[in-house]
Design a protein around this ligand. Sequence first.
Ligand code: FE2
Ligand code: FE2
Length: 171
Amino acid sequence: MTVRTTLEQAAKSVMGALTPGESQPDILDTLQAEHDEVQELLGKLVDSDSAREQKQLVEKIKRALVPHTKAEEKVVYDAVLALRGKEAKIDGNEGYIEHGLADATLKKLDKLTANTPEFKAAAKVLKELISHHVEEEERNIWAQVKENFSDKQREEMHREFLAAKKKVKVA
Ligand SMILES: [Fe+2]
Ligand SMILES: [Fe+2]
């Protein structure tokens, strides 16, 4: 392959990523990747027997989970809540309540002394809460997103989601 073809191909792929109308990331793909990441961290937290590692994992979970849920509420949940159907409104409200429960459990976990029975219990509750929440969200909320928003709208939601995440302050 010549240098010129390599450069032409590189330019083409950069333009492809920037040209409007070309395929952009879908909001649901990013949400999926973030769900997988948080669930993996929670699995490690529950399995860990080291106080030091547990504290590090709580910090990582906080930094991943808080921006995700806040941006998700703003960009996905509020769009679903604005839909006409009764089911959409119930699903959206349920998600908000579960985010609140997860947030409260995470705050509690953050205050507890690592590797104590109380800490281990709170870690388990958070893992179970998130697992249940993600399962329902991926089923119900995503069904609403797929049914009611076009590919273009979902690409726009993706951009808004990334921008909203940047604005979230993690205490
Ligand atoms: Fe989510
Ligand atoms: Fe969520």
